[in-house]
Design a protein around this ligand. Structure first.
Ligand SMILES: NC(=O)c1ccc[n+]([C@@H]2O[C@H](COP(=O)([O-])OP(=O)(O)OC[C@H]3O[C@@H](n4cnc5c(N)ncnc54)[C@H](O)[C@@H]3O)[C@@H](O)[C@H]2O)c1
Length: 253
């Protein structure tokens, strides 16, 4: 196998959360590798910016303005692709509240986006891949929070733990059809989600860089490369796995 194993020329890839952060970086990199990228997000401006980045670099992008918690919207968008080789279910939200202050509506909102939104994307992609006998790759976005827990992370971590379970379970169910399912569990990555602005941001980034043996914080492109690896034939014997690009950080709590 050569580096051409990373070539996605002619392969349609669907990316949720493509309007910003890790999803945008992944969509751009998949397009650079030759994929036709279907960018989905609830943020129309972010979607437009991502598609423009891809097209300006000579790639092919389509946009789908949708909410991943709406199963029908996801169904219509994925069905319009006709064929899919890659699904990267990246859309997610952050929520922080101590266990004793967590309300039902917090839990429902976070589980809806971070777990059900990923589940719907996986289901739609797997059905289409099975229908067309595509030996595709499905990638979910978990989090280092699954390993560490952490103050305030009950809702977020519970949803991400469910994503890990979904990933491993689906991998066992569709593997015999040649479909691979893997998760990426990033550490702290500099994106709009983690932006605390100003001094608070500088303090957080300095702390995260000190905690990493590599001495720096993660960038969206670091995660996009993990997504590209899992999307491509370079990972053809990898399924049901959790890839942890986290700079070697072990959280201190
Ligand atoms: N940034 C980090 O440190 C980090 C660490 C671990 C895991 N993650 C995960 O990576 C993924 C991407 O995070 P990010 O940091 O790039 O966040 P981000 O906020 O920068 O980007 C998330 C994108 O998802 C979209 N989105 C949110 N809810 C949506 C919905 N209901 N329907 C459609 N689109 C929706 C947003 O509009 C946005 O474009 C998330 O699943 C997040 O939990 C991030």
């Amino acid at each position: 196998m050569t580096v051409s194993a990373y070539d996605l020329t002619g392969r349609p890839a669907f990316v949720t959360g493509a309007g910003g952060g890790i999803g945008r970086a992944s969509a751009v990199l998949l397009a650079e590798a030759g994929a036709t990228v279907h960018c989905a997000d609830r943020d129309p401006q972010g979607l437009h910016e991502t598609a423009t980045l891809i097209k300006d670099a000579g790639g092919t992008a389509h946009t789908h303005h949708l909410d991943v918690t709406d199963r029908d919207q996801l169904h219509q968008a994925v069905a319009s692709c006709e064929r899919l080789d890659v699904m990267a279910a990246i859309a997610g939200i952050m929520h922080s509240s101590p266990v004793l202050e967590t309300r039902d509506e917090d839990l429902d909102r976070v589980l809806n986006v971070n777990f059900k939104g990923v589940l719907y994307a996986c289901q739609e992609a797997a059905r289409l891949m099975l229908e067309h006998r595509t030996r595709g790759s499905i990638i979910t976005m978990a989090s280092g929070a699954v390993d560490t827990g952490g103050p305030g992370l009950l809702c977020y971590g519970a949803a991400k733990a469910a994503v890990v379970q979904l990933t491993k379970t689906l991998a066992t169910e569709v593997g015999r059809h040649g479909i691979r399912v893997n998760a990426v569990a990033p550490g702290w990555i500099r994106t709009p989600m983690t932006d605390r602005h100003g001094e608070a941001q500088e303090r957080t980034e300095a702390l995260m860089a000190r905690m990493s043996p590599l001495g720096r914080v993660g960038e969206p492109e670091d995660i996009a490369h993990a997504v590209l690896y899992l999307a491509s034939d370079a990972s053809s014997f990898t399924t049901g796995q959790i890839l942890r690009p986290n700079g070697g950080v072990a959280m201190p709590w």
